[in-house]
Design a protein around this ligand. Structure first.
Ligand code: G4P
Length: 530
């Protein structure tokens, strides 16, 4: 095991920020980048700048809609660590994109708006993180505004998100009365000054809160309230345990205001101390450790037309093990062929550039002319596939037709490539070979239509179809009478996904229930990997 490799691995922390739209993810990202010195402009920077900047907004449709469809990568250095933030689209129609990005992070920060509390999108995303046991830190944002009581909010977090929290900082008042935070982690007080919002002040040491100096600083009643709160905290919440956090069993909570750059450094300092380095990843053969000499990685995101002057795509690869080198031959396991990359990109705060080598935890962007598909594995020759990039059942389904017979080839190619990118899922009906496209949000149909027209010169029409959910079928014995009957009775609802897996397209929740009762040996799954 090369010690230089281990050193690089120990430097890296790759994470994602998840939240409901408007909770402050972009603002927090920006402040983190400021601390890393990765961007210079402070204060006046509009929160959406990063989202709307040229680096993460590639398609015209995104600009038109003002929605960041892209999942970009932002990297910065802080306290000797290389931190990679994988940005996740907040829009619910692109939730599947976010789910896939979560397969490439080693930890997450969950941002919650103190006034709104736990919102729908946060619930869904946290659920995925919980299932995968991803370590999570929680940041309660917008403390400069009037919001929910801190204890009530933590109750809500525990109940709705099914988490076990331990506060590592605690607010002193909120809204107009917001005075600052007590940093339980570093045992100091940071005062908030509304006039001097953007300046990061030094914390005032407070080993012992009974020190009467506290009354002088924050006033008697706020001091007493803080003392009471902290005493109560000790009794109510488990104390911090790093291993429990790393195992996904305990979630530290921080309070602050991203907009005012308040409480953000505390979060970042704790993150740098406790967040995991690149983790091992399971493949179909074995668990792959980051410190293995041989390179391996997987594709979690494909983005088209990053540069409008070039039509090719960029495949985002998470390095799992070893060292990735420019111009070295790697093995594309699904295609069974060797490939080398002369211009791999690494990502920085506001740019990408060609790099010679990358290490576990890093994300590299490889130019691709159509060889990659979400979930593809690259190795130095080993025939293994990384697991854990499942497709979830779409919620919308429509037949797709080629509207221009002269452009059949373009149409086929366009559909094929868009599905490889994971824009939507394609199902082919078994009995008549018709194509059905399933999506998480209705917006994707417009994205597909637009992109087919602009990138492939093809036209599409859609037809409604009554499907409730896609159920991936698992059966132990394909020759059983029960399975044969299931296939016969349901033949008009049977389809294949892009990986040729058998899928039952059920028209209602009731049908699913009845089918499960009638054919108990046929297992139905709402996720493609089981
Ligand atoms: P998102 O990426 O999670 O969608 O949220 P974003 O950071 O874009 O923030 C959403 C809104 O919340 C923005 O206001 C932002 O300025 C505001 N915000 C973020 N953090 C704080 C905070 O700590 N306190 C307060 N009071 N507001 C905060 P906007 O008016 O929608 O956008 P903008 O015009 O200010 O950019």
């Amino acid at each position: 095991m090369a010690s230089s490799l281990v050193k690089e691995i120990n430097k890296r922390k790759t994470f994602g920020i998840i939240s409901h739209p408007d909770a402050g993810k972009t603002t927090l990202t920006e402040k983190l980048l400021l601390f890393g010195g990765a961007i210079q402009e402070a204060g006046a920077v509009k929160s959406n700048k990063i989202k709307k900047g040229a680096t993460s907004d590639f398609m015209e449709i995104e600009r038109q809609r003002g929605i960041s469809v892209a999942t970009s990568v932002l990297a910065f250095e802080y306290k000797g660590k290389k931190i990679n933030i994988l940005d996740t689209p907040g829009h619910k129609d692109f939730a599947e994109d976010t789910f896939r990005t979560l397969t490439a992070v080693d930890s997450v920060i969950v941002v919650i708006d103190v006034a709104k509390g736990v919102e729908e999108q946060t619930e869904k995303l946290v659920q995925v993180c919980r299932m995968r046991k991803i370590p999570m830190l929680v940041f309660i944002n917008k403390m400069d505004r009037e919001g929910k009581d801190a204890f009530d909010l933590l109750d809500e977090v525990e109940q709705k998100l099914d988490l076990t929290v331990t506060p590592l900082s605690w607010p002193i008042g909120m809204g107009d009365r917001f005075q600052g935070i007590y940093n339980i982690w570093e045992k100091n007080i940071k005062l908030f000054s509304p006039e001097n919002k953007q300046r990061v002040t030094e914390g005032i040491e407070f080993e012992d809160l009974s020190n009467p100096e506290l009354d002088e600083i924050v006033g008697e009643s706020a001091a007493q309230e803080l003392r009471d709160d902290i005493e109560l905290l000790d009794g109510v919440y488990p104390s911090f345990d790093k291993q429990a956090y790393l195992d996904g069993d305990l979630q530290p909570v921080f309070f602050g205001s991203a907009l005012n750059n308040f409480g953000v450094q505390e979060l970042l300092n704790a993150f740098v101390d406790i967040a995991p380095n690149p983790m091992p990843k399971e493949s179909d053969l074995r668990v792959v450790k980051p410190e293995e000499e041989d390179f391996s990685g997987f594709v979690f995101k494909i983005h088209a037309n990053m540069d409008p002057n070039h039509r090719n795509r960029l495949a985002f690869i998470k390095v799992v093990s070893g060292k990735f080198e420019r111009n070295k031959n790697y093995y594309h396991v699904r295609l069974g062929k060797k490939m080398k990359f002369s211009a791999p990109n690494a990502f920085f705060a506001d740019k990408k550039q060609v790099v010679d080598e990358s290490y576990p935890g890093d994300i590299i962007g490889l130019h691709d002319s159509g060889n990659f598909r979400i979930g593809d594995t690259l190795t130095e020759g080993e025939e293994m596939h990384f697991k854990g990039i499942p497709s979830f059942s779409p919620e919308h389904f429509r037949y797709v037709n080629n509207a221009d017979p002269m452009k059949a080839k373009q149409f086929e190619k366009g559909i094929d490539q868009l599905m490889d990118e994971g824009v939507a899922q394609l199902f082919i009906m078994e009995y008549n070979n018709r194509k059905i496209i399933g999506t998480v949000g209705a917006l994707q149909y417009e994205v597909i239509e637009y992109r087919l027209e602009h990138e492939y010169n093809a036209k599409v029409t859609y037809e409604n179809i009554n499907i409730h959910r896609a159920c991936w079928v698992e059966v132990e014995d394909e020759s059983s009478e029960e399975f044969k009957e299931f296939m016969r009775v349901k033949q008009k609802y049977m389809a294949r996904d892009k990986y040729n897996q058998l899928v039952f397209l059920a028209d209602s929740a009731f049908t699913i229930q009845m089918t499960q009762e009638k054919y108990p040996s046929v297992k139905l799954h709402f996720v493609s990997e089981f």
